[in-house]
Design a protein around this ligand. Structure first.
Ligand code: ZN
Length: 171
């Protein structure tokens, strides 16, 4: 089958978006207002790869050369196309992970948001625990809370000794 040209063009645009978002999120931050406006607030880190390198890596390594394909989410195996794919830092940069391509994994937006600053094994343990210990409805409820950025709740699972009580208290 001939690759769809529209999809190839869109893929190039989407990957540029993802690259620039990643660059902005990890890069240096500056004060916007007040007398320190323009001064460095957070040093951040520069991406150790160019947009071209990122695109080539994504297209060749992940999509096997054409955006007609799907790749599985690294955590839930959901098939991802070029429109739905997100790029997760396996070891979060905030926890010492590399910002390089070797630390990026394809992820769906749900898993990406739920995982946050957890390591892959921590996220899998959390998900398995929630799945095995909560009713289906509560499981979905907690997952939704994780996705909406309740980082406090995510970390609590690992900090406290009684995860059952902690998860239930959050419902
Ligand atoms: Zn997923």
């Amino acid at each position: 089958m001939k690759p769809c040209l529209g999809l190839e063009i869109e893929g190039v645009r989407i990957l540029a978006d993802r690259y620039h978002n990643m660059k902005a999120r990890l890069g240096p931050k500056f004060y916007k207002h007040g007398k320190r406006a323009g001064q460095l607030r957070v040093p951040g880190i520069e991406l150790p790869f160019t947009l071209d390198e990122f695109r080539t890596w994504a297209k060749v390594q992940l999509f096997n050369g054409t955006f007609d394909r799907t790749v599985p989410c690294s955590y839930c195996n959901r098939p991802l196309n070029i429109k739905t794919i997100r790029f997760d830092h396996l070891v979060p940069v905030s926890r010492g992970g590399s910002a390089g391509l070797d630390n990026l994994a394809p992820s769906c937006s749900d898993c990406n948001a739920e995982k946050g600053i957890l390591l892959p094994e921590e996220y899998r343990a959390l998900d398995a625990w929630l799945f095995n210990n909560l009713s289906p409805q509560s499981y979905q409820n907690v997952k939704r809370k994780l996705r909406t950025g309740d980082a406090f709740m995510r970390m609590r699972f690992f900090v406290k000794k009684e995860p059952a009580l902690q998860a239930e208290a959050a419902l």
